[in-house]
Design a protein around this ligand. Structure first.
Ligand code: FRU
Length: 323
């Protein structure tokens, strides 16, 4: 019940159509179960920056004590986040960045390093020689910009590697599929396609198949259990760069900030290459983690039930002793 809640956390998510965002919210909810004094107000903006600005304003009107935001695009969301921060509300930025340093804490992997890691991996896979196509995320979102920079910086040192095309996939499958199909003429000369996430890598795979380009290696990003990890294990993708969602960390950091603990400006999450050499191990680990999470959820449900019974009995006892 609302009376016992001490803090309201507003969470503005850019969209929630894909599994990666669903997994972020799932992580947050699991973590929140440990902090009954925290209430989460959640809004998602269907990948629309204007809608997200409105939703942040609505959250601020609801008197949130802290804002968590994963901004759709950096520039359009910057003013409203600055406004929130300047009015004294701590702000945690997750995954995508804003174009300002007026926030309390950023949580995410280093997307420049991730792009560089992908580039180094690709160069060694192709033994320093070949033609590459890049499918980027939404051009004005910070991970798309940073992954692209890192990737190109890594490839620049290899004179016989050529980036023959770069197309925007906007983080979504149908767009990536359409863009790759439009490069039909070029596909026979391509050796590898790097897509900025696994959803677009999947679209890329389907477009290649439709167009008879069956020898192109495809690399993605995210390596979500049951999703990208599965695509690597089925050899649909050659590799995927692990990109953690930061959901649990967002809640943990929010609790720390609300309890007056100080935090560094950045909470850096780790990333690594998932390919045929380690995907089996990664899957075992993530299966184990998922089963532990299910156990925790079961225990939390049982605890809630015990609490309900206890409260009922206490109420009954009160009635009995007063009568
Ligand atoms: C999910 C997603 C991920 C990607 C991240 C970048 O919406 O597209 O696949 O890694 O956002 O912000």
């Amino acid at each position: 019940n609302k009376e016992t809640r001490k803090f309201r956390i507003g969470f503005s998510q850019c969209g929630d159509a894909d599994d990666w965002r669903k997994s972020m919210l799932g992580e947050m909810k699991r973590e929140l179960a440990f902090y009954p004094e925290m209430e989460l107000l959640y809004k998602q903006a269907d990948d629309n920056s204007e809608k997200q600005v409105q939703q942040v304003r609505a959250l601020l009107k609801e008197k949130i004590n802290l804002l968590i935001i994963s901004p759709n695009e950096a520039q359009p969301l910057t003013p409203v986040v600055e406004e929130a921060f300047n009015s004294g509300i701590p702000v945690i930025v997750v995954d995508r960045k804003i174009a300002s340093s007026l926030y309390s804490n950023y949580i995410g992997a280093d997307n420049y390093q991730l792009g560089k890691m992908a580039g180094d991996y690709v160069a060694s896979l192709l033994q320093g020689k070949g033609n590459i196509i890049e499918v980027t995320g939404l051009p004005a979102s910070s991970p798309a910009i940073d992954r692209d920079h890192g990737f190109r910086d890594a490839l620049n040192t290899f004179k016989q590697i050529h980036l023959i095309a770069k197309v925007p996939g906007d983080w979504i499958k149908p767009k990536a599929e359409k863009e790759i199909s439009s490069l039909k003429q070029m596909l026979p000369s391509a050796n590898l396609i790097f897509a900025h996430n696994d959803v677009m890598a999947r679209g890329t795979y389907e477009a290649c198949k439709t167009n008879g380009a069956n020898n192109i290696k495809i690399i993605g990003v995210d390596a979500l259990p049951g999703m990208g990890m599965e695509l690597v294990s089925n050899k649909i993708l050659t590799a995927s760069m692990l990109y953690p969602t930061g959901g649990a960390e967002a809640i943990r950091n929010a609790v720390k900030i609300l309890n007056g603990q100080s935090l560094g400006k950045e909470t850096l999450l780790q990333t690594l290459v998932v390919d045929s050499s380690n995907v089996h191990l990664m899957k075992l680990q993530s299966d184990k983690m998922l089963s532990q999470q299910r156990d925790i959820e079961k225990q939390q449900d049982m605890l809630a039930e015990q609490k309900r019974i206890y409260n009922n009995q206490r109420a009954l006892l009160y009635v009995l002793t007063c009568s």
